[in-house]
Design a protein around this ligand. Structure first.
Ligand SMILES: [Zn+2]
Length: 218
């Protein structure tokens, strides 16, 4: 399997990385600028009190290697931004995006759909008791077919403002990683794009058609 980048090693990235490892991924690149904080521990199960103040990428790599000794894990302690994203993801064929930054999701989408070599990316988000994920594939719709652009900053809730439920991010992170693995293995129909939502009433699947004037069609 190819090298997969996990952008964001928090509530979504931790269960996503674990699920990727369970699914056979052995080459990861963990990317996150932050250190472990006490408030993370209830939902970011890779980390314990002894990790507080340590870079998340280091603590997560250490946790994964305790269970999967042969894993090849690269760590990059920095924020993934549009500038330099190509270099940051050099050598990766797929990305799991699980930050709480709406702009980052569009940057990863654009990295995935750029021609001539379109790549696979799963974009996940969670807030409160709800979460969602969407997988960009070479022949399907992309994140911009669904959401043309990030919402204005003033409309964005963050985990620190709205809170996020531990089981919700655990579920969404694991489901997102499973979707990415299916896409990479050709087990999902790459043309059948869908937004998968997790909420208090269960799972909801909404089919997404490619938008004719979207970046991904050019
Ligand atoms: Zn598109």
């Amino acid at each position: 399997m190819t090298r997969i980048a996990v952008i964001g090693c928090g509530g979504l990235g931790v269960p996503a990385a674990w699920t990727l490892a369970l699914g056979g991924a052995r080459q990861l690149r963990l990317i996150d600028p932050d250190a472990v904080e006490l408030s993370n521990l209830h939902r970011q199960i890779a980390y314990g009190e002894a990790d507080i103040g340590q870079p998340k990428v280091q603590a997560l790599a250490h946790w994964l290697k305790k269970r999967f000794a042969g894993m090849d894990i690269q760590v990059v302690q920095q924020r993934a931004q549009a500038a330099g994203l190509d270099a940051l993801l050099d050598g990766c064929d797929a990305v799991l995006e699980g930050t709480d930054d709406a702009n980052s999701k569009f940057h990863v989408n654009d990295w995935a759909v750029v021609k001539p070599r379109r790549r696979v990316a799963t974009i996940a988000a969670a807030i409160g008791r709800r979460g969602q994920h969407f997988t960009v594939t070479p022949t399907g719709a992309c994140y911009r077919c669904l959401f043309e652009a990030p919402p204005p900053e003033e409309l964005l809730s963050t985990c620190s403002v709205a809170g996020v439920l531990g089981p919700t991010v655990g579920q969404v992170g694991a489901l997102a990683a499973t979707s990415l693995l299916h896409a990479l293995r050709g087990q999902a129909d790459p043309a059948q794009s869908a937004l998968l939502r997790v909420g208090p009433r269960g799972l909801l699947r909404t089919a997404v058609q490619p938008a004719a004037d979207c970046l991904c069609r050019r």
